[in-house]
Design a protein around this ligand. Sequence first.
Ligand code: GRF
Length: 196
Amino acid sequence: MKKSNGNLIHSFNIAVFISGRGSNLLSIIKKSLKRNSVFKVSLVLSNKGSAKGLELAKKYGIKTLVSDFTKSKAKEKKVIKIVNKNQIKLICLAGFMKILSNNFIKSFRGKIINIHPSLLPKYKGLNTHEKVVKNKDTYTGCTVHFVTKKLDSGEIILKKKVRVKINDNKITIEKKVLKIEHKIYPEAIVKVLSNF
Ligand code: GRF
């Protein structure tokens, strides 16, 4: 609990799971460092030791963990234990390229969210920007949603659109979408936590 203007603010511990670059992780960390933030990034987990985002987490003094736990029950059990020990209230997948087991999802029911680079339910899965180009869509965007057993299908928390112009390509679309991802992911986290 923190005090602001005499009011108590609850600060929730969150974990961010990554596999690579970590640009969404950075936007989440930056939001968490703002005055009166309602959350703190207490743990960053990567399934890959080479993930650039791990360096970012270390730079900000955040506890890191490298574990490719999705294919080992024993490793998964350990991760569940660590998440609980750190009193993590929300797990945010940010470019985490592994599928979580049903057991893991059940262990944190309603407490795992993900960001997806399309306007769900359109374009579940990979290569979303290629699909936008191929179908000559005039809009695309990103979606933050709850993680359930069915890939990219859980309840939508926030969604934001961006215009696709005639000379846009996969790269320029990715850039545009990433920019709005960085805006809505921290907002979605606050929205979810406000219901806890
Ligand atoms: C983002 O586009 C996210 O929507 C997708 O993977 C990418 C991760 O980027 N799931 P980063 O690691 O956050 O920079």
